[in-house]
Design a protein around this ligand. Structure first.
Ligand SMILES: [Fe+2]
Length: 293
Protein backbone atom coordinates (compact mmCIF):
# COMPACT_ATOMS: atom_id res chain seq x y z
CA UNK A 1 0.00 0.00 0.00
CA UNK A 2 1.07 3.56 -0.57
CA UNK A 3 2.42 5.29 2.49
CA UNK A 4 0.27 8.37 2.33
CA UNK A 5 -3.01 7.48 0.68
CA UNK A 6 -5.73 9.96 1.47
CA UNK A 7 -9.20 8.78 2.39
CA UNK A 8 -11.06 8.11 -0.82
CA UNK A 9 -14.54 8.78 -2.00
CA UNK A 10 -15.42 5.86 -3.08
CA UNK A 11 -8.03 9.74 -36.81
CA UNK A 12 -4.97 8.00 -35.85
CA UNK A 13 -4.59 4.27 -35.77
CA UNK A 14 -4.33 2.77 -32.33
CA UNK A 15 -0.82 2.45 -31.09
CA UNK A 16 -0.16 -0.42 -28.76
CA UNK A 17 2.90 0.28 -26.73
CA UNK A 18 3.92 -3.32 -26.86
CA UNK A 19 7.24 -3.07 -25.06
CA UNK A 20 5.71 -1.25 -22.14
CA UNK A 21 2.60 -3.43 -22.12
CA UNK A 22 4.77 -6.55 -21.99
CA UNK A 23 6.82 -5.12 -19.17
CA UNK A 24 3.75 -4.01 -17.23
CA UNK A 25 2.07 -7.39 -17.74
CA UNK A 26 5.15 -9.02 -16.29
CA UNK A 27 5.29 -6.61 -13.39
CA UNK A 28 1.61 -7.09 -12.68
CA UNK A 29 1.89 -10.83 -12.76
CA UNK A 30 4.66 -10.62 -10.21
CA UNK A 31 2.78 -8.14 -8.04
CA UNK A 32 -0.74 -9.48 -8.71
CA UNK A 33 -1.90 -5.92 -8.21
CA UNK A 34 -3.53 -3.07 -10.14
CA UNK A 35 -1.57 -0.82 -12.45
CA UNK A 36 0.15 1.89 -10.42
CA UNK A 37 0.37 5.18 -12.29
CA UNK A 38 1.68 8.44 -10.93
CA UNK A 39 1.19 11.95 -12.24
CA UNK A 40 3.81 14.68 -11.91
CA UNK A 41 2.74 18.06 -13.17
CA UNK A 42 3.97 21.61 -13.68
CA UNK A 43 7.58 21.24 -12.50
CA UNK A 44 8.53 24.52 -14.28
CA UNK A 45 12.19 23.56 -14.58
CA UNK A 46 14.78 26.00 -15.88
CA UNK A 47 18.17 25.81 -17.53
CA UNK A 48 19.67 27.63 -14.56
CA UNK A 49 20.06 25.17 -11.65
CA UNK A 50 19.22 27.98 -9.24
CA UNK A 51 16.02 28.83 -11.14
CA UNK A 52 13.15 29.58 -8.79
CA UNK A 53 9.46 30.54 -8.94
CA UNK A 54 8.41 32.94 -6.20
CA UNK A 55 11.34 31.86 -4.10
CA UNK A 56 10.94 28.12 -4.66
CA UNK A 57 13.80 26.40 -6.46
CA UNK A 58 11.91 24.22 -8.90
CA UNK A 59 14.60 21.56 -9.20
CA UNK A 60 14.74 21.19 -5.42
CA UNK A 61 10.96 20.95 -5.05
CA UNK A 62 10.77 18.33 -7.80
CA UNK A 63 13.53 16.39 -6.06
CA UNK A 64 11.52 16.50 -2.82
CA UNK A 65 8.43 15.15 -4.58
CA UNK A 66 10.38 12.41 -6.33
CA UNK A 67 12.04 11.42 -3.06
CA UNK A 68 8.60 11.16 -1.45
CA UNK A 69 7.19 9.11 -4.32
CA UNK A 70 10.14 6.73 -4.19
CA UNK A 71 9.43 6.00 -0.53
CA UNK A 72 6.17 4.35 -1.53
CA UNK A 73 6.74 0.59 -1.54
CA UNK A 74 4.39 0.29 -4.52
CA UNK A 75 6.53 1.11 -7.51
CA UNK A 76 4.94 2.92 -10.46
CA UNK A 77 4.33 1.14 -13.74
CA UNK A 78 3.77 4.32 -15.71
CA UNK A 79 4.32 8.02 -15.12
CA UNK A 80 2.20 10.83 -16.62
CA UNK A 81 3.78 14.31 -16.93
CA UNK A 82 1.03 16.80 -17.70
CA UNK A 83 2.76 19.93 -18.88
CA UNK A 84 4.67 23.05 -17.91
CA UNK A 85 7.65 20.76 -17.67
CA UNK A 86 9.88 23.76 -18.38
CA UNK A 87 9.40 27.34 -17.27
CA UNK A 88 11.85 28.67 -19.83
CA UNK A 89 11.27 26.19 -22.67
CA UNK A 90 14.97 25.34 -22.66
CA UNK A 91 16.49 22.14 -23.93
CA UNK A 92 18.43 21.85 -20.68
CA UNK A 93 15.23 21.92 -18.59
CA UNK A 94 13.77 18.98 -20.54
CA UNK A 95 17.00 17.03 -20.27
CA UNK A 96 17.09 17.62 -16.51
CA UNK A 97 13.49 16.42 -16.25
CA UNK A 98 14.30 13.23 -18.17
CA UNK A 99 17.33 12.62 -15.95
CA UNK A 100 15.33 13.04 -12.77
CA UNK A 101 12.60 10.65 -13.95
CA UNK A 102 15.16 7.89 -14.43
CA UNK A 103 14.89 7.34 -10.67
CA UNK A 104 11.48 5.72 -11.22
CA UNK A 105 12.74 3.11 -13.65
CA UNK A 106 9.38 3.09 -15.43
CA UNK A 107 8.11 4.54 -18.71
CA UNK A 108 6.83 8.10 -18.77
CA UNK A 109 4.70 10.03 -21.24
CA UNK A 110 4.82 13.81 -21.48
CA UNK A 111 2.47 16.42 -22.84
CA UNK A 112 3.06 20.18 -23.25
CA UNK A 113 1.65 23.07 -21.23
CA UNK A 114 1.48 26.77 -21.91
CA UNK A 115 4.99 27.39 -20.57
CA UNK A 116 6.55 24.68 -22.71
CA UNK A 117 8.23 25.26 -26.03
CA UNK A 118 6.70 22.67 -28.34
CA UNK A 119 9.47 22.45 -30.95
CA UNK A 120 12.23 22.20 -28.32
CA UNK A 121 10.27 19.66 -26.28
CA UNK A 122 9.59 17.52 -29.36
CA UNK A 123 13.24 17.72 -30.38
CA UNK A 124 14.48 16.59 -26.96
CA UNK A 125 12.09 13.62 -26.75
CA UNK A 126 12.41 12.57 -30.40
CA UNK A 127 13.19 8.88 -30.61
CA UNK A 128 12.01 8.21 -27.06
CA UNK A 129 8.68 6.92 -25.77
CA UNK A 130 7.95 10.15 -23.89
CA UNK A 131 5.97 11.50 -26.82
CA UNK A 132 3.46 8.62 -26.98
CA UNK A 133 0.01 10.09 -27.45
CA UNK A 134 -1.82 6.85 -26.80
CA UNK A 135 -0.77 4.04 -24.49
CA UNK A 136 -2.50 0.74 -23.87
CA UNK A 137 -1.32 -0.69 -20.58
CA UNK A 138 -2.73 -2.72 -17.73
CA UNK A 139 -6.11 -3.03 -19.46
CA UNK A 140 -6.51 0.76 -19.68
CA UNK A 141 -6.08 3.27 -22.45
CA UNK A 142 -4.17 6.50 -21.75
CA UNK A 143 -4.67 9.38 -24.18
CA UNK A 144 -2.38 12.42 -24.11
CA UNK A 145 -3.77 15.61 -25.68
CA UNK A 146 -1.92 18.77 -26.68
CA UNK A 147 -3.92 21.84 -25.59
CA UNK A 148 -1.05 24.31 -25.89
CA UNK A 149 -1.43 27.39 -28.08
CA UNK A 150 1.90 29.08 -28.93
CA UNK A 151 2.21 32.41 -27.15
CA UNK A 152 -1.01 32.01 -25.17
CA UNK A 153 -1.71 31.05 -21.58
CA UNK A 154 -5.12 29.56 -22.36
CA UNK A 155 -5.54 26.21 -24.05
CA UNK A 156 -7.39 24.97 -27.09
CA UNK A 157 -7.88 21.64 -28.81
CA UNK A 158 -7.34 21.69 -32.55
CA UNK A 159 -9.70 19.80 -34.86
CA UNK A 160 -6.94 17.23 -35.28
CA UNK A 161 -6.63 16.72 -31.53
CA UNK A 162 -10.39 16.27 -31.19
CA UNK A 163 -10.37 13.77 -34.04
CA UNK A 164 -7.46 11.94 -32.43
CA UNK A 165 -9.38 11.75 -29.15
CA UNK A 166 -12.49 10.46 -30.86
CA UNK A 167 -10.60 7.91 -32.94
CA UNK A 168 -8.62 6.64 -29.94
CA UNK A 169 -11.76 6.15 -27.89
CA UNK A 170 -13.61 4.52 -30.80
CA UNK A 171 -10.97 1.95 -31.48
CA UNK A 172 -10.83 0.56 -27.92
CA UNK A 173 -14.41 0.61 -26.64
CA UNK A 174 -13.68 -2.22 -24.24
CA UNK A 175 -10.88 -0.44 -22.37
CA UNK A 176 -11.47 2.06 -19.56
CA UNK A 177 -9.83 5.32 -20.61
CA UNK A 178 -7.87 8.02 -18.81
CA UNK A 179 -7.61 11.25 -20.80
CA UNK A 180 -4.75 13.66 -20.01
CA UNK A 181 -4.42 17.31 -20.91
CA UNK A 182 -2.78 20.40 -19.45
CA UNK A 183 -5.59 22.97 -19.27
CA UNK A 184 -8.69 22.64 -17.11
CA UNK A 185 -11.80 21.72 -19.12
CA UNK A 186 -14.28 22.80 -16.40
CA UNK A 187 -14.77 25.77 -14.12
CA UNK A 188 -12.60 25.23 -11.04
CA UNK A 189 -13.97 28.11 -8.97
CA UNK A 190 -10.90 30.38 -9.32
CA UNK A 191 -12.00 33.58 -11.00
CA UNK A 192 -8.55 34.58 -12.26
CA UNK A 193 -8.12 31.18 -13.93
CA UNK A 194 -11.48 31.25 -15.73
CA UNK A 195 -9.92 32.82 -18.81
CA UNK A 196 -6.87 30.59 -18.97
CA UNK A 197 -8.46 27.16 -19.12
CA UNK A 198 -9.46 25.14 -22.15
CA UNK A 199 -11.30 27.53 -24.45
CA UNK A 200 -13.25 25.09 -26.62
CA UNK A 201 -14.27 22.79 -23.81
CA UNK A 202 -17.75 22.20 -25.27
CA UNK A 203 -16.20 20.44 -28.25
CA UNK A 204 -14.08 18.36 -25.87
CA UNK A 205 -17.08 17.25 -23.82
CA UNK A 206 -19.10 16.49 -26.93
CA UNK A 207 -16.50 13.86 -27.77
CA UNK A 208 -16.14 12.54 -24.22
CA UNK A 209 -19.90 12.28 -23.77
CA UNK A 210 -20.13 9.83 -26.67
CA UNK A 211 -18.02 7.24 -24.86
CA UNK A 212 -19.14 5.66 -21.62
CA UNK A 213 -15.76 4.00 -21.06
CA UNK A 214 -13.99 7.26 -20.23
CA UNK A 215 -13.33 6.99 -16.50
CA UNK A 216 -10.94 9.85 -15.78
CA UNK A 217 -10.10 13.27 -17.22
CA UNK A 218 -6.85 14.47 -15.65
CA UNK A 219 -5.02 17.78 -15.95
CA UNK A 220 -2.30 20.06 -14.55
CA UNK A 221 -2.03 23.86 -14.94
CA UNK A 222 -4.09 24.87 -11.90
CA UNK A 223 -1.41 24.03 -9.29
CA UNK A 224 -3.97 22.73 -6.80
CA UNK A 225 -5.89 19.58 -6.05
CA UNK A 226 -9.28 19.20 -7.72
CA UNK A 227 -11.67 16.28 -7.51
CA UNK A 228 -15.18 16.26 -8.96
CA UNK A 229 -17.56 14.11 -10.93
CA UNK A 230 -19.20 14.96 -14.26
CA UNK A 231 -21.77 12.31 -15.05
CA UNK A 232 -19.69 9.16 -14.52
CA UNK A 233 -16.34 10.75 -15.36
CA UNK A 234 -13.97 11.59 -12.51
CA UNK A 235 -12.37 15.02 -12.97
CA UNK A 236 -8.99 15.31 -11.32
CA UNK A 237 -6.19 17.84 -11.05
CA UNK A 238 -3.05 17.73 -9.01
CA UNK A 239 -0.71 20.01 -7.08
CA UNK A 240 2.34 21.24 -8.93
CA UNK A 241 5.72 19.89 -7.98
CA UNK A 242 6.65 23.53 -7.20
CA UNK A 243 4.37 26.41 -6.13
CA UNK A 244 0.66 26.07 -5.26
CA UNK A 245 -2.19 28.38 -6.26
CA UNK A 246 -4.88 29.12 -3.73
CA UNK A 247 -8.12 27.33 -4.43
CA UNK A 248 -11.23 29.51 -4.76
CA UNK A 249 -9.15 32.69 -5.20
CA UNK A 250 -10.56 35.67 -7.14
CA UNK A 251 -7.10 37.06 -7.95
CA UNK A 252 -3.75 35.39 -8.46
CA UNK A 253 -2.58 34.09 -5.12
CA UNK A 254 -0.30 31.37 -3.92
CA UNK A 255 -0.49 29.45 -0.70
CA UNK A 256 1.98 27.69 1.51
CA UNK A 257 1.06 24.14 0.68
CA UNK A 258 3.76 21.61 -0.04
CA UNK A 259 4.49 20.38 -3.57
CA UNK A 260 3.03 17.01 -4.45
CA UNK A 261 2.00 14.33 -6.91
CA UNK A 262 -0.97 12.04 -7.60
CA UNK A 263 -1.07 8.26 -7.62
CA UNK A 264 -3.61 5.89 -9.19
CA UNK A 265 -4.24 2.21 -8.71
CA UNK A 266 -6.11 1.18 -11.84
CA UNK A 267 -7.98 -2.11 -11.99
CA UNK A 268 -8.80 -3.86 -15.24
CA UNK A 269 -12.47 -3.68 -14.30
CA UNK A 270 -12.35 0.11 -14.70
CA UNK A 271 -12.46 0.68 -10.95
CA UNK A 272 -9.64 2.70 -9.47
CA UNK A 273 -8.32 4.43 -6.37
CA UNK A 274 -6.43 7.71 -6.42
CA UNK A 275 -4.96 10.24 -4.03
CA UNK A 276 -2.50 13.09 -3.63
CA UNK A 277 0.71 13.00 -1.59
CA UNK A 278 2.62 16.12 -0.58
CA UNK A 279 6.26 16.56 0.38
CA UNK A 280 5.43 18.20 3.70
CA UNK A 281 9.01 18.21 4.91
CA UNK A 282 10.23 20.30 1.94
CA UNK A 283 11.51 23.63 3.27
CA UNK A 284 11.05 26.71 1.11
CA UNK A 285 10.63 30.45 1.38
CA UNK A 286 7.58 31.31 -0.68
CA UNK A 287 6.94 34.90 -1.77
CA UNK A 288 3.25 35.06 -0.85
CA UNK A 289 2.82 38.69 -1.94
CA UNK A 290 3.48 38.15 -5.59
CA UNK A 291 0.81 39.16 -8.10
CA UNK A 292 2.01 36.82 -10.83
CA UNK A 293 4.68 34.35 -11.82
FE1 LIG B 1 2.08 25.56 -14.41
Amino acid sequence: MAICHLPLPVGRPAITWTKVERRIKMTNTEKASPLRVIQLTDPHLMADPSGALLGVNTRDSLDAVITLALKDPVTPDLLLATGDLAQDGSEEAYRVFADKLKAFNCPSVWLPGNHDHGPVLRQVIAGTDHGRRQVIAGGWQFIQLDTSVPGKVYGELSAEELEFLSASLSVHPQLPALVNLHHHPVDIGCEWMAEIGLRNREAFWQVIDRFSHVKVVLWGHIHQEFDALRHDVRLLATPSTCIQFKSGARKFSVEEKAPGYRWFDLHRSGDFETGVCRADDFEYDLDCNSTGY
